[in-house]
Design a protein around this ligand. Structure first.
Ligand code: DWN
Ligand code: ZN
Length: 413
C-alpha cells in the first residue's frame, strides 16, 4: 500500500510558509503508472493532487510529494523519440548551441534527463563530447545504443562534483523538462551551477505556467511535475543558486514553453526584462492569477464527459489518441472511462497492451483506428495535435472527427 504524503506546509523552492492553495484536482493515480491488465495493482495507488503558489519566491508547486524513485524509475515509459516534432525541436536547439557557443571536440555538453539520447545524439554526431544523466534504465539503455554515454543517476551535488572531477566542467548543460521534475529545484539549480564551466551556459526548458493557466492546461499538472515555472520564479531560484538569468526564449512545444539561459557571468539581454514585465502585467506575482485554473477544471470536468456521452447517445463511437501522462490526468479528473471511450491509440510500443491508470481504458497501436473506425477521436496528446492530425489525415478524409479536449472540448472540422 503506498504511503499517502502529507500536504507540504512550506515552499519547496524557498522554505517559506507563505503558500496559497490555487487548484485541487482530487485524488488521482500516478500519470505515468500505466496498468498491466494481466497484473493490475490492487488497490491502484492514488495520491492527492493539489497545487499552491508561494507568495515569496512566486513558485507554483504540487503540495504532495511522491518519491522520484516511484515516479521515474519503476517502469517509466516516456521515450522522447516518439514525436517527430519533438526530435526536430531538439535538433534545432542543438544546432543553435553548436553555432552560438562554437562547440567542438574540446567541448563537453551534458544533458540532465537525457532520456533516450534524442537531443545529445545531435552533438555526438557533430563530434562533440556528450554525457547524458537519466535514472530510467530503459531510456539510458536506448541512449547508449545510439552512442550517447549515459549515467543512470538523479543529478545532485555529489553527482555533479563527480562529473567535474572525472570529465571537467560542462560548456553547455541542457535541462529540458526536468527542473520541474525535482522536489528540490534549488538543489537542482545549485548542481547545475557546479557542473557549469565559468564561461558556459545552461539552457533550462519547461512549460510556462503562464500558458498553462491562460490555456487551461490543467492536465499537465501531475505528481511528476513538482514545479510550474514563470520567469519571475525561475529568476528568483537561479539567483539563490548563484546563477544569473541572461536570456529567455518563448517556444510553442508542450502547450507553450520557455527556455531560460543561465550562466555564472554576463548581463541579461532585453528578453529577460521584457518577459518579466509581461508576467508582472498579467498578474503572475499574485495568487489570484492562478485561481482561474479552478474554473477551467470545473468547466472541462462537466463538458468533456457530457460531449462524449451526447455523441455516443447519437450512435457514434468514440476513442482517443495519445497515452500521455496528461491523458491520465484528464481522463481521471473528468472521469472519462471505458464507458465513454473504447481505446487510446499510441505509437509507443512500450505502452501498447497496457491500460490508462485509474480509468483502465486499453492502449492499442494506432493501426486500431483503421481497423475499428471510431467516429470520433479525442486527441489527448493535444500538445502534438498538429503532428497527430497530419499523420492520421486519412482518418479525417474518411469522415472521422477529431476532438480537442482543452481549454474547452471542441470537435474539429
Ligand atoms: O514533462 C513531460 C512532458 C513535457 O512531456 C513528461 N511528462 C513527458 C512528456 O509528457 P507526456 O507523457 O504527456 O508525453 P507527450 O510526449 O506529451 O505524450 C505524447 C504521447 O503520444 C506519447 O505517449 C507518444 C504518443 N504519440 C503518438 O502515439 N503518436 C505522440 C505523437 C506525436 C504521435 O504521433
Ligand atoms: Zn517559495
Amino acid at each position: 500500500m503506498s504511503v499517502i504524503p502529507e500536504a507540504r506546509e512550506t515552499c519547496q523552492g524557498c522554505g517559506s510558509g507563505n503558500l496559497h492553495p490555487v487548484v485541487d484536482l482530487g485524488v488521482v493515480p500516478l500519470a505515468d503508472a500505466l496498468v498491466d491488465p494481466a497484473r493490475p495493482p490492487d488497490p491502484e495507488p492514488r495520491f492527492p493532487l493539489a497545487v499552491a503558489f508561494c507568495a515569496d519566491c512566486l513558485l507554483v508547486q504540487v503540495r504532495h510529494h511522491v518519491p522520484p524513485q516511484t515516479l521515474f524509475v519503476d517502469n517509466y515509459l516516456y521515450f522522447s523519440s516518439y514525436s517527430r516534432d519533438l526530435l526536430e525541436h531538439a535538433r534545432r536547439h542543438a544546432s543553435g548551441l553548436i553555432e552560438s557557443r562554437k562547440l567542438g571536440p574540446d567541448s563537453l555538453v551534458v544533458e540532465i534527463a537525457s532520456n533516450d539520447g534524442y537531443l545529445l545524439r545531435n552533438f555526438a554526431e557533430a563530434g562533440i563530447p556528450v554525457l547524458g544523466i537519466d535514472p530510467a534504465p530503459a531510456q539510458a539503455a536506448a541512449a547508449r545504443e545510439i552512442g550517447v554515454e549515459t549515467l543512470e543517476e538523479f543529478l545532485d551535488e555529489r553527482v555533479a562534483e563527480r562529473i567535474v572531477r572525472e570529465r571537467g566542467h560542462a560548456d553547455v548543460v541542457v535541462a529540458n523538462n526536468v527542473m520541474a521534475h525535482t522536489p528540490d529545484p534549488l538543489g537542482f539549480a545549485r548542481s547545475l551551477a557546479t557542473l557549469l564551466a565559468p564561461g558556459g551556459v545552461a539552457t533550462i526548458e519547461n512549460a510556462s505556467v503562464r500558458e498553462l493557466v491562460r490555456h487551461g492546461e490543467f492536465d499537465t499538472i501531475y505528481h511528476e511535475h513538482f514545479s510550474y515555472f514563470s520567469t519571475l520564479a525561475m529568476d528568483s531560484l537561479l539567483r539563490r543558486a548563484g546563477l544569473r538569468l541572461v536570456r529567455v526564449e518563448k517556444l510553442p512545444i508542450h502547450g507553450g514553453s520557455l527556455r531560460w539561459f543561465a550562466a555564472h557571468e554576463g548581463e541579461p539581454d532585453a528578453s529577460v526584462a521584457a518577459i518579466i514585465e509581461e508576467e508582472r502585467a498579467d498578474g503572475l506575482a499574485e495568487p489570484d492569477f492562478y485561481l482561474s485554473l479552478d474554473r477551467r477544471v470545473r468547466s472541462v470536468r462537466e463538458r468533456l464527459p457530457a460531449l462524449i456521452a451526447r455523441l455516443r447517445a447519437g450512435g457514434a463511437s468514440v476513442a482517443a489518441y495519445g497515452a500521455a501522462a496528461k491523458a491520465a490526468i484528464l481522463l481521471n479528473v473528468t472521469q472519462v472511462d471505458t464507458g465513454l471511450i473504447d481505446f487510446v491509440a499510441d505509437r509507443n510500443p512500450h505502452k501498447q497492451g497496457l491500460c490508462m491508470p485509474g480509468v483502465r481504458v486499453p492502449i492499442v497501436a494506432p493501426e486500431a483506428i483503421r481497423e475499428r473506425r471510431p467516429d470520433y477521436l479525442v486527441v489527448l496528446a493535444w500538445n502534438f495535435a498538429d503532428e497527430i492530425m497530419r499523420q492520421e489525415a486519412w482518418y479525417a478524409e474518411e469522415g472521422g472527427r477529431f476532438v480537442i479536449p482543452v481549454p474547452e472540448p471542441r470537435v474539429v472540422g
